[in-house]
Design a protein around this ligand. Sequence first.
Ligand code: LLP
Length: 430
Amino acid sequence: MSLPLEFFNYQNGVLTSGGVSLENVARSVGTPVYVYSAEAFLHPLRQLQAGLAEENHMICFAVKSNSNIAVLKLLGSQGAGMDLVSGGELSRAQAAGIAANKTVFSGIGKTKTEMSLALQYQNQGIFSFNVESIPELHSLNEVARDLNKKARVALRFNPDVNPRTHPYISTGLKKNKFGMNRKEILQLVGILEKEFRWIELHGISIHIGSQLLSLSPLRDAFDRVQTLIDEVNSKLKQPLRFVDLGGGLGITYQAERTPSLEKYCELICKYFGKRSPYKGSLKILLEPGRTISGNAGILLTEVLYRKERKQKDFLILDAGMNDLIRPALYESYHGVVPLFQESARDPKRKVTLVGPVCESADCFAEQRLLPSSLKKGDCVAILSSGAYGFSMASNYNSRPRPAEVLIQDGKFRVIRERESYEDLLRGEIF
Ligand code: LLP
């Protein structure tokens, strides 16, 4: 059976990654456990780096997609910067040793405390705040004034294009809460010098949505960004220095065909690179999350019980919606495969894979054809769980969050211990 994942495959009938048997991981670390492949994170990063090699660029990994410090360190060591959305993510970037001039701060609700931390990050402050509203810019101006430090910003533009993705992860339509429209941005630029003395406007940013499966909404957005940059530049003494094109390229979960990263980079270069009207004057920033982390991880989980019913068989797993909420929240598809490869002769039966949480939404997959021999004590892997998996995990039902393991250079190591009951009770006053 072939997997949609390049870096996880069967060897001698056992699921492995980078030559490491996931049976060994399950046995020594227990389940549920997120297992990541270092090579799988680095492969798309390198593809993006190669695609933009001729350009002045910076690839800022979207930390929200996978915020484990060891993962950030790995990506940072290979030249990635970071896209942050909170003070917590800033402290993770700091722990991972990410340089201040390689970090940007996105998000519509930055607090003054977060702004102050980011402005003082490694003394020099972060590369850019991607600002989403005029009131936010006022707050940043005040924080910068109080710290006597100029804040470099990009204004997030909402280009009003339909990214044709799940409504919960669509962000670039005017009905969405994100960014500012062209009129707001041009008005703001008009009053910038007078009202925002502590702000230096260096860029325009966009992020139209996640899991994009076609380049055409990006093309529409890029057209509008170009027009806006030209309009903004005509009002500024010093032209803009960078454009931040957000994250968003989709990955294959099931059988989706995704644009190649090569084509994606070609499009970016055409619009904003050396051979674009900007002739290399704009630095190009990207904020990919899922593209890098999505297919770099799986969630390994044990079958607690097989519950057979007339109309439906259930496999009840030791992972729940608190560990991986994507199927419950977005009805998203994740492949599921057994730890031990089934043979073509094994009889198969449709099963529904659910977690132990007291909610009917706690279901990973409906009616999947899996070996009918799968029973209590066997393990399965929930695929494509490297992005928005652990980073969205919670303690719902007072369940400790799972361990995380990284496979690198033919070995595995725990990069986050499984939470204990002590961890769960910490901070409670009774
Ligand atoms: N930049 C900004 C400003 C963003 O809001 C996001 C994602 C990214 C970059 C990274 O997008 P990516 O390259 O990963 O598509 N939890 C959802 C996805 C939420 C995305 C939120 N913003 C999921 O599991 O599908």
